[in-house]
Design a protein around this ligand. Structure first.
Ligand SMILES: Nc1ncnc2c1ncn2[C@@H]1O[C@H](COP(=O)(O)OP(=O)(O)OP(=O)(O)O)[C@@H](O)[C@H]1O
Length: 313
């Protein structure tokens, strides 16, 4: 049984179709990467998975139990099992709190424990994520970017959750620190038996940590593929474009989460007839402008939503 299942989940904001009929499963212990350009709906999908947003349509299951319309009290019980690691720790960590208080806060919210026990558990967690004990009394602005992200990770993991959504968790870090934090996330996953939904606009980071990759475009999943086969087998033209954009080592070529893909995204909220990618796709044919392709199996471990690919396979 999957740990998390999303079935035909849709979320629209007033003018924006953020998530459109997405179906996804996360197996216990896997890391599923979710990649796509800024604004394609990745964070909304992550928030829906954690019950931080309510779906307009579709169903969400955790360990087979439907949680789509759970009220606050039932969610509170489940939420300790589901945590989030954010992109910008400086804005997600309370600037007035010490490291110890930030990491210990979920414990005081969910468990009745003494101050001494809290200190011990926070100390253990700090050691686990590679933070010196001497940093316990510091505040977020007194830490480096990498240390702050370690604090965010420690806070997310202190309740020993099962599912962790990492939302652009390494995107604001420089290359070396990014590698260290990815290594830490991998290590924590092994030690604590975690399952990750790893969200990023950068396929390079996603590839380094994920078992499978789900590619999102304009609120829809357009391809799901095992990471080890992505270079060889990825067949959706959008995924191929993302792959082409990966090896760019010159940071000036990749800014603000934008890839080097040609053409513009249709305006947010605009309903697109046919395949959402057709206006940017070099292979688009008439059918692509008229009919929306659905996500179908290319083989048992690979799905794609593309008229051309499905006709050729
Ligand atoms: N609370 C909200 N109210 C209105 N529109 C929203 C809200 N949250 C997200 N959106 C819109 O929904 C779309 C998807 O946003 P989302 O943040 O999920 O995308 P994303 O792929 O995570 O992009 P980014 O990496 O830039 O955060 C965007 O057009 C965004 O402006």
């Amino acid at each position: 049984m999957a740990l998390l299942d999303l079935a035909h989940v849709t979320k629209h904001y007033r003018n924006t179709r953020a998530v459109e009929g997405v179906s996804l499963s996360l197996e216990q212990g896997e890391t599923l990467g979710l990649v796509g350009e800024s604004g394609c709906g990745k964070s909304t999908l992550g928030r829906l998975a954690l019950g931080l947003e309510e779906a307009d349509e579709g169903r969400i299951f955790f360990r087979g139990a439907e949680i789509t319309r759970w009220g606050y009290d039932r969610w509170r019980g489940l939420r300790r099992n589901m945590q989030m690691i954010f992109q910008n720790p400086l804005s997600s960590l309370n600037p007035l709190f010490t490291v110890e208080k930030i990491i210990g806060e979920p414990l005081t919210n969910y468990e009745k424990i003494s101050k001494e026990e809290m200190k011990i558990r926070v100390g253990e967690m700090m050691t686990l994520v590679g933070l010196e004990p001497g940093l316990a009394g510091r505040r977020p602005h007194e830490l480096s970017g990498g240390q702050r992200q370690r604090v965010g990770i420690a806070r997310a993991l202190i309740l020993k959750p099962e599912l962790v959504v990492c939302d652009e968790a390494v995107s604001s870090l420089d290359f070396i620190i990014r590698g260290q934090i990815l290594a830490l996330l991998r290590e924590m996953k092994e030690q604590l038996g975690l399952t990750y939904l790893f969200i990023a606009h950068d396929l390079g980071a996603v590839k380094q940590i994920s078992d499978r990759v789900a590619v999102m475009y304009l609120g829809k999943i357009v391809e799901i593929i095992r990471t080890e086969r992505i270079r060889e087998d990825a067949c959706h033209p959008y995924t191929r474009d993302l792959l082409e954009a990966v090896p760019v080592s010159d940071p000036t070529l990749r800014k603000n989460g934008k890839t080097l893909i040609k053409g513009e995204l249709p305006p947010a909220g605009e309903s697109v007839q046919g395949c959402g990618f057709h206006s940017r796709c070099p292979y688009a044919e008439r059918v692509c402008c008229e009919q929306t392709p659905v996500l179908e199996k290319v083989n048992p471990l690979h799905q794609a939503a593309c008229h051309r690919v499905l006709r050729l396979s």
